[in-house]
Design a protein around this ligand. Structure first.
Ligand code: AMP
Length: 281
């Protein structure tokens, strides 16, 4: 494994590789878990070279405390990547390598995708995501970049970003990896107590229940059912539940034949904010 902390040296190293080498890229914020590793493995299986970036991007956090408390475990991350026993290029920059002194995000119009769900609840979040993903894609210039469906809205936004900025890269979505109790793997899970870790399985259980009942119940009934499940659990606070159409991410009021729907949840387990989603049809 080679670790670069400066974009110039990374760019130089990548430009000295063969022109025919296919480059796969996995951007992460570190505190790596098997969900991240599944993306890296897919990238390794489809490319000649794989770059993994580890960078907690300040401009996508709308909450200072959340940014400060975001888990940072660079030594463990490097060990995990070394265990893969395949050559990986790691880009682990400081904020100053990617931002000038202002550390601000560009304003984006993602055709409305940015105004739904996470965009509504985390002001400016997708401007931060667009800004950093654009910077990273321009540095690494991968053939293919891998993103998890765990952040499904982010995945759709990144596809839109690439088409707006005409970046020559293929964006591949990868399935959600889960803990044994069904909780979606997340770096934020490291902040959960053992008790909350178990309680947080309610998010997955509820999404599964919605999927099972999707054909027999109306969307209004499903919305009420989810609110009720969370009210019954004193440990979890539901921030939002939405059934949305997959492409536009617009909230579905009723089911239209031929449309594909997904259920989305954001909830707090204690002070840790968790998100998850599941296809319904
Ligand atoms: P993050 O470090 O949280 O920014 O995540 C980096 C990438 O890993 C993103 O594309 C995420 O969607 C993806 N990812 C995070 N958690 C999971 C998971 N449980 N399963 C699959 N992909 C994931």
């Amino acid at each position: 494994m080679v670790i670069y902390t400066q974009k110039e040296t990374l760019v130089q190293a990548l430009s000295s590789t063969s022109k025919n080498d296919k480059i796969g890229f996995v951007p992460t914020m570190g505190a790596l878990h098997q969900g991240h590793i599944s993306l890296v493995k897919k990238a390794l299986s489809e490319n000649d070279l794989v770059v993994v970036s580890i960078f907690v991007n300040p401009t996508q956090f709308n909450n200072k405390a959340d940014l400060q408390k975001y888990p940072r475990t660079p030594n463990d991350d490097i060990s995990l990547l070394k265990n893969l026993e395949e050559e990986i290029i790691v880009y682990l920059p400081e904020v100053s390598d990617l931002y000038d002194t202002s550390v601000s995000a560009k304003k984006y119009n993602f055709g409305g995708l940015e105004n739904e769900m996470e965009g509504k609840h985390r002001n400016g979040h997708f401007d931060g995501v667009g800004t950093i993903v654009s910077k990273l894609l321009r540095i690494v210039k991968p053939n293919t970049a891998y993103f998890g469906e765990k952040d499904f809205q982010q995945l759709q936004i990144v596809k839109k970003l690439v088409s707006i900025e005409k970046l020559p890269v293929k964006i591949v979505g990868c399935p959600i990896l889960r803990e044994q109790n069904g909780l979606a793997m997340s770096s934020r899970n490291k902040r959960l107590s053992a008790k909350l870790f178990e309680e947080a399985a309610l998010i997955y259980k509820t999404l599964k229940e919605v999927r099972e009942k999707f054909s027999s119940k109306s969307i209004a009934e499903l919305n009420a059912l989810v609110a009720e499940r969370f009210l019954q659990n004193p440990h979890l606070n539901l921030e939002y539940f939405e059934i949305a159409e997959e492409k536009t991410l617009k909230t579905a009021k009723r089911k239209n034949k031929g449309s594909k729907y997904r259920a989305f949840i954001a909830a707090f387990a204690g002070e840790v904010r968790l998100i998850d989603n599941m296809p319904l049809n």
